[in-house]
Design a binder for this molecule. Structure first.
Ligand code: SAH
Length: 338
């Protein structure tokens, strides 16, 4: 979809037309302009010719019906993945990709292994949310309530398009999803954290930490060689100082790599700020590493709890649909090389 072309097409139309079109797109969630009978036939035909609304998505359902994953094929043949998660408390969260592939090369991440192809443009980010909004509507369910930038790619390497997409998704005449319900997850790019602090947007920031000391982090995540753990936490503190918002630290528990009691104690020491909280994630096996044993995860969490660190354990959604970052697209690798 090329939503940006809409302004050009509508430039000779009266002002109210733009509102009508926005309503058709984001509230009625039409997927073909022929459904827009409120518009004249010539305009519908023009819109279908220049700005077709078809999204080329293919759904792979999970066994538990709570999470669904889709592979969206873009105009240049590149494929990205996006996931819908239905939570028990009624939230419906969409996980979006920000890049085709990823250059950050984190050792445990399937996307990291496939390398980087290109940034997504704003419309390709919005399209992922629209895809699920349409699906929920046609199933008679409530719309998307939350968005997390935890799909393929590093959002801060595609900063402008990510922020532009968030503003559009946030717009009350658009999908109208509150900024507080949108989370950006980064592997720890300090420049991005600094820029976001100045944005005056109420979005949530999540940091992929995954290690309790710098040495281990450097081994798992090449980005740590450029930005040390110490400097990363200083940047997060400055962000908190400026925004007064909580920051989530994601910690994927990988068997015998980062899940020892020593690691838990080290992590507890790092989490000194009252506005920090930890999200423990069971590793989804994608390559050389294994998931931590359940008992180890419980013990790890207990140590953080006892140290007074706020900690949650993320549901491991969709293991059976390869929901972890990059897994599905990796299996369809040929589609990347088109
Ligand atoms: N580049 C961003 C966002 C994409 S990854 C970032 O690094 O935060 C979203 C989250 O999924 C990150 O915390 C990432 O480390 C984690 N992740 C990657 N591979 C995973 C796997 N196999 N199992 C569980 N989580 C994984």
């Amino acid at each position: 979809m090329k939503l940006d072309d809409l302004n050009d097409i509508l430039k000779d139309e009266p002002n109210y037309r733009r509102k009508q079109v926005g309503h058709l797109l984001y509230k009625d969630l039409i997927d073909d302009w022929s459904q827009a009978t409120i518009l004249s036939k010539p305009l519908r035909e023009k819109l279908n010719a220049i700005c077709p609304l078809f999204i080329n998505g293919e759904i792979i359902k999970s066994g538990d019906k709570k999470s669904e994953k889709a592979l969206i094929t873009l105009n240049d043949g590149a494929a990205i993945e996006t996931v819908l998660m239905r939570h028990k408390d009624g939230r419906r969260t969409v996980c979006v990709s920000s890049q085709v592939g990823c250059p950050m090369a984190c050792g445990f991440c399937a996307t990291g292994m496939m390398g980087f192809k290109r940034n997504l443009v704003k419309d390709e980010i919005i399209e992922q949310v629209l895809f699920w909004s349409r699906r929920l509507k046609s199933a008679g369910e409530e719309g998307v309530s939350n968005i997390v930038f935890m799909g393929m790619g590093e959002p801060f390497l595609n900063y402008q398009n990510v922020i532009a997409a968030i503003r559009a998704i946030n717009d009350k005449d658009g999908l109208n999803i509150g900024a507080r319900h949108i989370s950006i997850s980064t592997c720890g790019l300090i420049d991005g954290i600094k820029k976001l602090a100045k944005e005056n947007l109420q979005v949530n920031l999540a940091i992929s930490l995954h290690a309790s000391n710098n040495h281990l982090r450097e081994k798992l995540m090449p980005v740590a060689k450029k930005y040390s753990l110490k400097n990363l936490l200083l940047a997060v503190d400055a962000y908190i100082e400026k925004t007064n918002r909580k920051v989530m630290f994601e910690y994927v528990l990988i068997k015998n790599i980062n899940d020892s009691e020593v690691n838990a104690h080290e992590l507890a020491q790092l989490m000194h700020q009252p506005l920090y909280f930890v999200n423990l994630i069971a590793y989804n096996e994608t390559g050389n590493f294994k998931t931590s044993d359940k008992e180890k995860i419980i013990k790890f969490k207990k140590i953080l709890d006892s140290a007074g660190v706020e900690v949650v354990e993320r549901f491991s959604f969709g293991g059976d649909i390869d929901a972890a970052c990059g897994q599905l697209a990796n299996k369809q690798k040929s589609r990347y090389s088109k």
